[in-house]
Write a protein that binds this ligand. Sequence first.
Ligand code: ATP
Ligand code: MG
Length: 567
Amino acid sequence: MTNNDRPRDFIRKIIDSDLENGRHAEIVTRFPPEPNGYLHIGHAKSICLNFGIAAGYPHTRVHLRFDDTNPSKEEQEYVDAIKADIKWLGFDWGDHLFHASDYFEKLYGFAEELIKKGLAYVCELTADEIREHRGTLTEPGKESPFRERSAEENLDLFERMRAGEFPDGSKVLRAKIDMKNGNLNLRDPVIYRIMHTSHPRTGDAWCVYPMYDFTHPISDALEGITHSLCTLEFEYHRPLYDWVLDHITISCHPRQIEFARLNLSYTVVSKRKLLKLVNENVVSGWDDPRMPTLSGIRRRGYTPAAIRYFCYRIGVARKDSTVEVELLEHCLRDDLNENAPRVLGVLDPLKVVISNYPEELEEDLPAANHPKRPEMGERKIPFSREIYIERGDFMEEPVKKFKRLAPGREVRLRYAYFITCEEVIKDDNGVVVELRCSYDPETRGGNAPDGRKVKGTIHWVSARHAVPAEVRLYDRLFTRPDPEGDGDFLGCVNPDSLTVMTDSRLEPSLAAARPGENYQFERNGYFCLDSGDSTRKRLVFNRTVTLRDTWNSRRRLRGDLLRGQQP
Ligand code: ATP
Ligand code: MG
């Protein structure tokens, strides 16, 4: 979709007008992840925004910049995963890959410039003392006793900080702005700290590292970014962003624009908290299919198209809000319903012997790959005397609305025949272990020539041909819509977020399934092969999402929340 035929959010309106009045001839945005964790669904919003803007205007580029200024938390593993996730989402930064660490030397030079101008000083207060001196929203801060050092002394100390003469935490470099400013970010913020830690890219070349608020505006300016889009919590940092660029010698001054971060019900979107779920073994890893990370939902079976559509649907605004996770699932179903081929899979099998079907006979019955898309073709599924049906599709004493198999009752086997339940076989504990049924050979394909009707249609697989599989069913990871509500997100982890079906039986075509391919198991939901644990010997499938869409009905009940945002 180009920018011309999509609704104008407030950011695109700003860009439109900047182009119209000739402020910029080229639009440059950036996505600046810190490689300290995996990307999550919130980042997808930012990625779709930055890359989406670039996709629409004629002269544009998007930079991928790793904001790698804290070597104690950052790892190459994260860098690789972030790149893979962005590509998977369908975006390409081309040659525009950058690292804040590429600018360490320049950043150091700009810090020296501030010192020479009397706008930065080396401070020896401890971190706690700095915090105490900072004051509060209602009380002004106190000036550091080191604030009035001469430029010469500061330059000398800063050089010796770089040379490694001082231990971690003993000194910092601070911008000299205003300890009484109403904005706490302007009360002499720390811009450099000492950290004797190797950096994944610069190795041991540095033991002083620049802080985010100093690094970010300068990195943006060095790259010629025109619009620096970030989430609302940075609004309060914008005066510092501008202060830095106003006080160093640099020709470019990007415009920082804040938008609302994505919050999603029943979900946490914070790398720090997601890391906690991993470290406390609440989940199996960053790519656990219950995680809202891009690697997690990819493994679960989410498609890039669904995520892009979701980001399009939620739009971009300046007001914080929480989007219901049902909308994300709705966007996913929208894609899968249209594109996922249909197959038959029995999650919880119950054996059925069709007594009047010849033992040696087997047939290949045609089945449509997609009922509404004939161009997707059809396949053959084997049928034989012994089949499996879903245990839940049989009731010995059917309740009123139950339309499926019961003693003496006739139902349709999807794509196959009508069968009638003749006999129920139980084990010593009274558990049903097998049904004996008869079939009507005249009903091949699922219709009776005499026009008689059945109330239920159920799915099945041929026992002899089916492939065994483990199937993992997922539910919400949290029991509360606002897991971060009282801060205790670990306290509301859903104990039933994973149900493992160990003995499922699937139609044989699924033996060739590959991760990343989506299927609808008819009547059961959408599934995909698990990329982590599945082997040729032991297939493992994930349920991506159930069939039932609660989004539309809920929306109808509460009025159209997304009015005006329909594509
Ligand atoms: P987290 O809070 O999960 O650690 P972060 O903001 O620290 O996220 P970064 O790697 O610094 O993570 O983020 C890269 C970009 O993604 C930033 O521009 C940030 O504003 C944006 N971003 C992060 N979380 C969200 C979100 N929930 N919604 C929209 N954009 C987000
Ligand atoms: Mg961050």
